[in-house]
Design a protein around this ligand. Structure first.
Ligand code: DX5
Ligand code: ZN
Length: 220
């Protein structure tokens, strides 16, 4: 089986020491930078926007995995790409014409992701699963770091893997919210490919060591 990926969420970094924290991730065993963009409309919070993401991109030596928690994301796909995104994930709940949005992301040369809120069933992806590179299963309600992991996520991972297999396609399954060493092993066993971790990494004493511990989990 393929080694899983670790994507530290910059939302939990020290914004007054962003370059230092970006360098920490560069030097760590992390695979991607997870970038949470919020608009205060789709979610009840505002994080940071594209100028800050651009500043991160200038120092980042790993791909930017951008999670757009914004309404009508079509308006910002080009800007997102221009500011350094390699993977662009939009919310199922924010896209009236999801199939078109996914095509637009790929047209830009980016990988296309779809995020599902905790209440959104995996089965709704049936008719677009072949057009998706990554599915981000929200294991908290999006908007804030440091929330409690929702247990139902384990069965959603299994349902999603089954849906992908049924449709002869492969998607990366990313888990976002409340991830730490207490649940990472079980998430990987259920079939997760990418673990996002914000507060668990950035609030720890030795951040690089924490990333390494998440990366080193071996479920075989
Ligand atoms: C939540 C964001 C997450 C968040 C995760 O809205 O999408 O990426 O940063 O933070 P933790 O790992 O602290 O739950
Ligand atoms: Zn996120």
């Amino acid at each position: 089986t393929q080694q899983h990926l670790i994507a530290p969420s910059v939302l939990a970094a020290d914004f007054a020491n962003l370059e230092r924290d970006v360098q920490m991730v560069n030097e760590s065993e992390a695979d991607w930078f997870h970038i949470d963009i919020m608009d205060g409309v789709f979610v009840p919070n505002i994080s940071f926007g594209f100028p800050v993401m651009n500043a991160i991109a200038k120092h980042a030596m790993k791909p930017l995995d951008v999670h757009l928690m914004i309404v009508d994301p079509d308006r910002y796909l080009q800007v997102c790409k221009d500011n350094g995104a390699e993977i662009i994930t939009v919310h199922y709940e924010a896209c009236t014409h999801l199939h078109r949005t996914l095509a637009a992301i790929k047209e830009l040369g980016c990988k296309a992701g779809v995020a599902l809120n905790p209440h959104t069933p995996v089965s709704l992806l049936k008719d677009v699963i072949q057009d998706i590179d990554l599915v981000c299963l929200m294991s908290v309600n999006p908007g804030f770091g440091g929330q409690k992991f929702i247990e139902r996520t384990y069965s959603k991972i299994k349902e999603l893997r089954a849906l992908a297999i049924e449709n002869n396609t492969d998607v990366l399954i990313e888990i976002d919210g409340g991830v730490g060493l207490s649940n990472a092993g079980k998430l990987l066993e259920a079939g997760a490919d990418v673990l996002v971790a914000g507060s668990f990494v950035f609030n720890s004493q030795d951040q690089k060591e924490t990333i390494k511990a998440l990366k080193d989990i071996d479920i075989n």
